[in-house]
Structure formats: C-alpha cells, structure tokens
Ligand binder design. Structure first.
Ligand SMILES: Nc1ncnc2c1ncn2[C@@H]1O[C@H](COP(=O)(O)OP(=O)(O)OP(=O)(O)O)[C@@H](O)[C@H]1O
Ligand SMILES: [Mg+2]
Length: 263
C-alpha cells in the first residue's frame, strides 16, 4: 500500500436525511480525512456512484450547503457547519450567468481567489488555451455548445480556488480528447493543495474511480425507503489509488465489476 496517513477531518456528514413526498436519502454518514503522503501535497478525491434518480445530485446540494437536509448536518474542518459558497459546485446542467460573457464570468470567479491577485487575466487565458476556449471568451453562454459550457463551468469553479470542489457529471459532454484533458486537470487540482477535496459524481464509473482514493456507493437497501451509502471502498488499501494507467490493471476491472454489481 502506498505510504500515507489519514489525518484530520476535512468534511463530515452526520445522519443526513432528505424527505420530500417520500424518503430520498436516509442515514447518510461519511467522513473525509486529509490524506497525507510524504513529499507530496495530496488532496482527496471521492467518487460518488449510484443509479439515475437515486439521490446523488440532492446529496451534492446538501453537502455543499446549498440545500438543507430534513435532518442531520454537514461540517467542514473543526466542526464548522457548511454554508452556501464554501464549496465550488459544477452542476449537471452547467449553470452559467447568461448575461455575462465567458470572460466576465471567469474574471468574477478569479477575483474571489486572493491567490490569483494580479494574475487573473493570465490564468484565465491559460485555462482557455488548455480547454480550446480562446476564441470563445467574448461570447455569451447561449452562443456555446454543451461541451463548451461545461468546460467554462469547470474552469469557473477551479478559478475560485475553493478547497472543496463537487462535480456532478463532469465528463458527460466531453469528447475523448477533452475527457483526457479534464481528467489530467482534476488530477493536477487534487495535487495542487493538501486540503483540496474533490467529490465526483459520474455515470462514467471507470473514469471517476481511476482518479479517486475512495468510492461511495449510494443505493437502496431491501425493506428500507430512501438511499444510503451502501458501501465505501478504500482504493488506497486495494493499491488502486494514485497508480498510473490503473485502468488497464485486472484488479481495477474487478473493482469496477464489484461496484456495478452493487448499483
Ligand atoms: N424538489 C423535489 N421534490 C420532490 N422530489 C424531488 C425533488 N428534487 C428531486 N427529487 C427526487 O429525488 C430523487 C433523487 O434525485 P437526484 O436528482 O438527486 O438523482 P440523481 O442520483 O442525481 O440522478 P441522475 O443520475 O439521473 O442525475 C429523484 O427521484 C427525484 O425525483
Ligand atoms: Mg444527478
């Protein structure tokens, strides 16, 4: 197993419940700790997988403080209740400010990140170049394709520099080349700071698990209404985390099969 320590708690969900006209989520408990690896600033990457309609997006909203659970609590660091704005969320529908150009939206995000002081323009241009958006910076969102909107949305949240970045279906609209770039970028982000924590919701299980250290499987259990975390898989223990070209390894494919059986 790769040498590492799981240190202080960065994010804790306790007894989360969400009920609308029927129970959606129940008894959700998890704890993400700061992973420390010698000589590296290693962030945390969690994959949240589950069938369509099971409650992943609702859970992301609660974890990010954008929605109140019916019961339970989410805290970050030393028991600080999470509040809206603490986390960068990239939503499934790639919400963008329709009345601002891409550049204006990105600048607004960059200005929230004091680490980028005086470098905002340069960093935006770098990201735009990397994601083939250079010619699109002065357009409005309605003038973009779905995949372009998605890339703008990802860059927007990365520029804000939050420690927590939640991504709901970040890979769905990307072509093969963009997918590789997005994966590489997320890996780079996860290594950019010890405390960065990424939670990825994706139907592309292979891609999200390949860059994660932990998998949470959200599902229903017999006789109980509402979904919960049925299983947590520690990929580090299985020597499946932080391994280059892991997707080709037999043991990786076996874990993917195991996850699919649980869905
Ligand atoms: N405002 C609401 N009122 C009532 N039910 C809702 C509301 N919002 C969501 N739901 C229900 O909550 C359940 C979970 O929805 P959610 O969007 O979290 O699923 P999901 O796992 O993200 O699915 P997908 O993979 O298709 O995105 C669904 O059955 C949905 O109908
Ligand atoms: Mg969803």
């Amino acid at each position: 197993m790769t040498e590492h320590v799981k240190a202080e708690v960065v994010l804790q969900a306790t007894n989360l419940q969400l009920t609308y006209d029927r129970p959606i989520l129940r008894d959700i408990n998890f704890c993400i700790r700061n992973i420390v690896r010698p000589g590296l600033s290693q962030g945390q990457v969690v994959s949240l997988v589950g069938r369509s309609g099971i409650g992943k997006t609702q859970l992301i909203k609660i974890v990010s403080g954008l929605q109140q659970p019916t019961a339970g609590r989410v805290t970050i660091y030393n028991n600080k209740p999470v509040k809206a704005g603490d986390m960068g969320v990239i939503f499934q529908n790639y919400y963008l400010f329709e009345w601002r150009t891409v550049y204006q939206s990105l600048m607004l995000a960059a200005k929230k990140n004091s680490k980028l002081f005086a470098m905002e323009k340069q960093i935006i241009e770098q990201y735009a170049e990397q994601f083939q958006l250079t010619g699109h910076l002065n357009l409005y969102p309605q003038q973009l394709s779905g995949g372009q909107r998605q890339r703008v949305s990802i860059i927007q949240q990365l520029l804000k520099g939050s420690d927590f970045i939640l991504l709901d279906e970040p890979f769905s609209g990307l072509d093969v080349c963009m997918l590789d770039k997005a994966v590489a970028l997320l890996q780079q982000v996860s290594l950019s700071d010890e405390l960065k924590t990424l939670i990825i919701v994706s139907h592309d299980i292979e891609t999200s698990v390949a860059i994660s250290d932990t998998v949470y499987i959200l599902g229903a259990e017999p006789g109980k209404a509402g979904a919960t975390i049925k299983k947590e898989i520690d990929l580090i223990e299985r020597d499946l985390a932080w391994v280059k070209d892991i997707r080709r390894e037999k043991r990786f494919l076996e874990t993917i099969e195991e996850i699919k059986r649980e869905l």
